[in-house]
Design a protein. Structure first.
Ligand code: SD4
Length: 340
């Protein structure tokens, strides 16, 4: 009898049976976003609702100036938004890219998922769709984005993402024309995203019941060519969720990262048995083998609530901060991983 009592007591107090669900994990030190998603879960919201809530919080707060309105003006001075949301139960995705004049991009992405059978809407048409769905159209320009744009113009439009054009985009503003074949060979350089001003929110939530959802929201690359879409709204690149396995979300130089679908790859590696940390590293290692100097990071979680993160070490980026809330941490906890 005593033995049975002791056995039950041991089981109920063992550190190995700590519940690790639900889980909220997101890129960068965006604490309020984590807290909003965590609170939503505590009130019984689904993983999908929590992701929408978390990413929306960053959009309203303009996290780091690189999420939401008033950041990253393009070559014409306009702020445009990219976002996606994925339901890992149904594998449905909703996404918007190059969204104009609508602040709450992640909710428009969700509307694409829930009110159409499409996956991705872009540009003016996405804005029209949003307005039809009841979202308010307003200018995304702020004093901050205006002065960023003015500074860029005064610096001869530097940094600049054009190549193989004339006049020389490294010294001169446009308009540009394609350069002749002879000139092309001299212009192979790749303009990299500024490490300090590009912090997409990517979030993965595993609900109480093991359902996985993921999402991203960003205003993309500062001074991008109008129409440019990054990795964030692309399923498998910006984020990915599968309630059979887990989820992942990426941040960094989307022009490079989207070519490798790192979030999809990380989830597939976890499906094959890799722990989240290993999956995160391997997904970035693939990109690194082609682009050693790319700027990027990724978060990964499996359905047990185990998680990890990884980043590619480049000058100025040796540690990647990310946020976690789970039953162990309770309140959002800032974590850091050393880049490899
Ligand atoms: C993009 N991936 O548009 C985004 C930017 C970003 O950290 O994540 N920066 O390329």
């Amino acid at each position: 009898m005593h033995f049975i009592y002791l056995f039950v007591l041991t089981l109920s107090t063992s550190p190995f049976v700590e519940p690790s669900l639900p889980l909220v994990i997101n890129t960068w030190p965006f604490r309020d976003a984590t807290a909003a998603a965590w609170r939503a879960l505590q009130k019984g919201a689904s993983a999908l609702d929590a992701v929408e809530m978390g990413c929306s919080t960053c959009e309203w707060e303009q996290c780091d100036g690189s999420v939401g309105y008033g950041g990253s003006p393009d070559e014409g001075g306009e702020t445009t938004l990219d976002a996606m949301i994925m339901n890992g139960d149904t594998m449905e995705v909703g996404a918007v890219a190059d969204l104009r004049r609508i602040k709450n991009a992640i909710s428009v992405a969700r509307a694409v998922m829930e009110h159409t059978t499409h996956t991705l809407l872009v540009g003016e048409s996405a804005s029209m769709f949003a307005q039809n769905m009841g979202f308010r159209a307003e200018d995304l320009t702020t004093n901050t984005s205006q002065s960023m744009f003015a500074k860029w113009l005064s610096q001869n439009c530097q940094p600049n993402y054009r190549k193989n054009v004339s006049p020389d985009p490294k010294t001169t503003c446009g308009p540009y024309k394609p350069s002749s074949r002879d000139q092309k060979t001299h212009q192979h350089s790749h303009t990299r995203l500024d490490i300090h001003s590009h912090d997409t929110i990517g979030m993965v939530v595993v609900g109480h019941n093991g359902s996985v959802a993921a999402g991203t929201s960003t205003n993309g690359a500062k001074h991008k060519v109008p129409g440019r879409v990054g990795d964030s709204p692309i399923a498998g690149a910006g984020s990915y969720a599968d309630s059979m396995v887990g989820g992942a979300a990426a941040t960094g130089d989307g022009d490079v990262m989207m070519r490798f679908l790192p979030s999809f790859l990380a989830v597939e590696l976890m499906r094959a048995g890799a722990e989240p940390l290993r999956a995160c590293k391997a997904a970035l290692a693939r990109i690194k083998s082609y682009y050693p100097q790319f700027f990027g990071a990724i978060i990964c979680s499996n359905i047990k609530g185990e998680y990890g993160a990884a980043c590619n070490r480049v000058p100025g980026f040796s540690q990647f901060p990310y946020m976690v809330s789970d039953p162990l941490t309770g309140n959002p906890l800032l974590k850091k991983v050393d880049c490899f």
